[in-house]
Design a protein around this ligand. Sequence first.
Ligand SMILES: [Fe+2]
Length: 592
Amino acid sequence: MYVLGISCFFHDAAAALVKDGVLVAAAEEERFTRKKHDYEFPMRAIEYVLAAEGVTAADLDHVAFFEKPFVKFERILMTSLQMFPRASRLFREAMVTWLLDKLWVSALIEERLGVPRAKILFSEHHLSHAASAFFCSPFDEAAILTVDGVGEWATATTGRGRGTEIQLDREIRFPHSIGLLYSTFTAFLGFEVNEGEYKVMGMAPYGSPRYVEDVRKLVRMAPDGSFRLNMEYFDFHRSTRLPYSRRFLSLFGEPRGMDESFFTERSGYPSYFGPRPADYTERTRRNQHYADLAASIQAVTEELVLNMARAAQRETGLRRLCLAGGVGLNSVANWKILRETGFEELYVHPAAGDSGGAVGAALYAYHTLLGKPRSFVMEHAFWGEAHDEAAVRAFLDGENIRYERLDDDRLLDRTVEALVAGQVVGWSQERFEWGPRALGHRSILADPRRADMKDIVNTKIKFREPYRPFAPSVLAPRVHDYFDAPGVERQYPARFMLLVTPVRESQYDVIPAVTHVDGTGRLQVVVREGNARYYDLIERFGQATGVPVVLNTSFNLRGEPIVNTPREAFATFQKSGLDALVLGNYFVRKDG
Ligand SMILES: [Fe+2]
């Protein structure tokens, strides 16, 4: 039985194909259309997941959509009416978009895929999140926590999963939302909402949380895990422009300029920013204020999430937790959940945000709506498109690109030589990753032992702010040599780069390029199963250097989606300062 899951029209659109309860393919639309965070109907991703299995839409038994469009429409309608007339603009915009695109999902799916309406099933937004974590986890029974901006009405839910059933007992409703609270600060700090949340998280360790008391004025927490925002500080429920109100500004001052460069005394002024500005000291002082705010909102967010997780633990009495929703990507909070809430095991779906709803909806339909048994655990995140040897070769030959084809052993040696020589390598292998993290199939790799490597990678390719840390990929058996993170190798989110843990102090100088300013690292624990070539590469790097860790960042230029095809990988290689490119077994050098 084939079930196609679709998520779209809000954040990241995606499609997933499940065969007899087992995921066979999943991908985000942006990887095909090359439009970052593309949220349109994911036709290209659908075509891919069907092609990956060699079927057509006619072979589908069901199509599952990740939320209930009418319920969501009702929420937008109701909140708009309540706020009328202040919200009239929002109301008009919402009406037009929803009536044109979103409300008629069934009709659209029928029209685009030729699948009759009788085969189309609907999940609910937070049920899709919950299912994406629980039905992909190895747990037979677990507590469930979903936290995001907003779905239909819910912004956070807690409950439990057992076998093929998911029961969400409690929910918090719009406009009270941890995701929207965090996003309000994301916007205030000069970043794009739904994109800059990582930047806020990376900025936080440069600040001290001295505004925590002020941030707490915005939200009231209850002992039962719930919370309420004080809406006087917000405008996201009645404005499509700014999420914060005048009262918010009187508390926190002027917002930071959009994408203004960030540096503090601690970060220093990176060379790739160009010459030091004349008002360097003044801007350092201002940035420090914003870093302190980032630290404060991060701290309060952690309090809120931990408060909910503790309540879920108390209520269910269970030791395992499944977490999903955009806030599940807050890898700093995730590690604290494991340390401080009584849960011993955590599963976070690699695409914890809305794209993951495609997998969640398909599995929810299969198990809960259709009552079929479970037989799947998501052990890895490699569900995207692959390009075989013939395709790589045809591309390289077609473009007259000089390359060497190396056998597996030689390929690893050559790549390690390049890394040890201080080169930055584009590495593209097999199927691309599901979710926002590159995990060794579409990665840029470098030597983590060199303190200057952060600046080198930024200068050559990423051009990103100095506060955004690069991640370490470390072999599972060696993780404790470098990280002070008991039991981390048993936790699935560590495979998906969704935990930030302390680096051992003795190792700060050993892997400085992947140690964040506060002595932490967003590590990827690499297991060989499902990721053999990457594992072998790191192992070989360890044999050559004594350090089985590489610096791993996603294979893309700033502002672009992660590469998919050999052509995109090569274009990125050419446009950037990457020194070498590895496509399968093909090795391409810049000077070649
Ligand atoms: Fe969501």
